[in-house]
Design a protein around this ligand. Structure first.
Ligand SMILES: Cc1ncc(COP(=O)(O)O)c(C=O)c1O
Length: 490
């Protein structure tokens, strides 16, 4: 058992303004070591999470049963807890784990990089690692998408996307059109293009933006005709946070033509749907058209590190930052193009093709859609819709907010106003609790379970997931909900 002196929230709160906080000085404070971090008990993790990270979030973890699990290792398709329980990962970190957990080739490349004492920070010298990664991304990307900005998160890549487009268009054409139900990140710039009242809260956001329904070319045309200041349109190619929403192929083709006609730059956010997840490297490739700017993140880090990229055409990049006078306006941040992260991404991109993971995403995704549609026929009162492409699948459940059996309604609403009537939380909790399967939830549409397993998922994993889901759904709604309620008090 570790003895961990820690400040509690209560102690922080009782400190008055006039008191001088104790300063650490130069003596080493009571820090935890690496081995102590690894061997922490669930109780200690809970205390520290609630005291120092996010007490409110703990509430949701508890509702879903996540708080009872201590993960020790992760390999391929599975998390493995401290008791040796293997949990099938169909959540996939919202698309961050294309290669599965700890892919051996990625581990090897990283270890070798460390053993060779390679340098990480490349702000002064040219970086062979960043250059090679940029080459790979430009080689993979279609059309003239040749210029690459490296960052550390999807939000940062999307900020870079908006900025390069604005800089190229100039202040008279800097207004950005975005879509209903969009998610582009939580930093303040891209939060202005993220259509979530929850995340937007009451922040003062960028105001030269306008919103249109997703996938509606007429609405976009009208917006462009009415407002010549709109010079940029920013869309996820497949809406992830919105609950796996796609627009038809013709929409993207019409969008490309319209943007060309009106001299509008199209930014395709591929942070979640890119890197092979949809069955093509970029989801926009299904439509045979190429955007002006795109962004990748999540799986670009190989499931091991934070890596993101904005990719644009040479023409747009040169217009924005091509001269010495403007080259540093949006040059890489401190950790942009950091060595080991670049090596990880380079190895990941090679694995993607060497192991045909894009083809596998298409095949396993088709099989999963077929199996989910079979369950939809079997449980029409529970499953409303099955949709998606490749291994980016949404399972929409019927809305039970009006039909939840009267007797259990009050108990459910007592637990959480957000889960009330939404089956996805109950079903997700049951999949983890009784079947060792992890799935993801959707903030915008509480009835959608998001399925984004690693692209290494094979038939056997899909079968394991489908059997688990079939078993949970077979219990019927009342039992699913009552078992959930019992689990909350046990
Ligand atoms: C489509 C899309 N864009 C941007 C982001 C932001 O990425 P990050 O969380 O790495 O900042 C996300 C994250 O989920 C995303 O799904």
């Amino acid at each position: 058992m570790l003895d961990m002196p820690t400040k509690t929230v209560a102690e922080e709160d009782t400190r008055t303004m006039s008191e001088t906080p104790t300063l650490a000085g130069t003596n080493k404070p009571a820090l935890l070591g690496v081995e102590e971090a690894k061997s922490m008990s669930l109780k200690q993790m809970t205390d520290l999470f609630k005291t120092h990270l996010n007490p409110g979030q703990y509430h949701f973890m508890k509702l879903l049963g996540f708080h009872k699990v201590k993960i020790e290792r992760a390999e391929g398709m599975y998390y493995i807890d401290d008791k040796g329980r293997k949990i099938l990962d169909f959540f996939g970190g919202f698309g961050s784990l294309a290669f599965g957990h700890n892919h051996p080739r990625i581990l090897k490349a990283r270890k070798q990089f460390q053993d060779e004492n390679r340098h990480e920070i490349a702000m002064a010298f040219l970086s062979q690692y960043a250059s090679a990664l940029a080459h790979n991304l430009a080689t993979i990307s279609p059309g003239n998408l040749n210029m690459v900005f490296l960052g550390s998160s999807g939000s940062e890549a999307m900020e870079a996307a908006i900025k390069v487009a604005e800089q190229a268009q100039g202040p008279q054409r800097s207004k950005v059109l975005y879509a209903e139900n969009s998610f582009h990140g939580k930093t303040k710039g891209v939060l202005s293009l993220t259509d979530s009242p929850l995340y937007r809260s009451e922040f003062n956001l960028v105001n030269n933006v306008a919103k249109v329904p997703f996938g509606n070319i007429d609405a976009i045309r009208t917006a462009l005709n009415n407002d010549p200041e709109i010079g940029i349109i920013c869309l996820e190619t497949i809406q992830g946070g919105g609950g796996i929403i796609q627009a038809p192929v013709e929409f993207w083709q019409q969008l490309r033509a319209l943007c060309d006609e009106k001299n509008v730059l199209w930014i395709a956010d591929e942070v979640q749907c890119g890197l092979g997840r949809s069955g093509r490297f970029y989801a926009f490739e299904h439509a045979g058209v190429v955007p002006d700017v795109t962004a990748l993140a999540k799986s670009l880090g190989g499931g091991k590190c934070a890596m993101a990229a904005m990719i644009t055409t040479t023409e747009i990049y040169m217009k924005a930052y091509g001269k010495p006078a403007n080259a540093m306006i949006h040059a890489a941040a401190t950790f942009g193009g950091i060595g080991e992260a670049c090596i990880t991404s380079i190895e990941g991109l090679n694995i993607l093709y060497d192991e045909d993971l894009i083809g596998n995403a298409a095949r396993s995704g088709d099989y999963m859609l077929q199996e989910l549609n079979r369950l939809k026929e079997k449980y029409p009162k529970i499953i409303k819709d099955v949709r998606g492409q490749g291994l980016m699948i949404g399972l929409e459940l019927q809305d039970f907010s009006q039909t939840l059996p009267f007797a259990i309604k009050p108990a459910v609403s007592l637990l959480d106003a957000k889960l009330k009537g939404s089956l996805s939380g109950f079903i997700g909790a049951a999949l983890l609790r009784d079947h060792d399967v992890l799935v993801a939830f959707t903030e915008y549409n509480r009835n959608v379970i998001r399925l984004e397993p690693p692209l290494i998922a094979e038939k056997q994993h899909v079968d394991q997931f489908i059997a688990a889901l079939d078993s949970v759904l077979g219990e019927g709604v009342v039992k699913i909900v009552t078992k959930f309620l019992k689990s909350q008090v046990s």
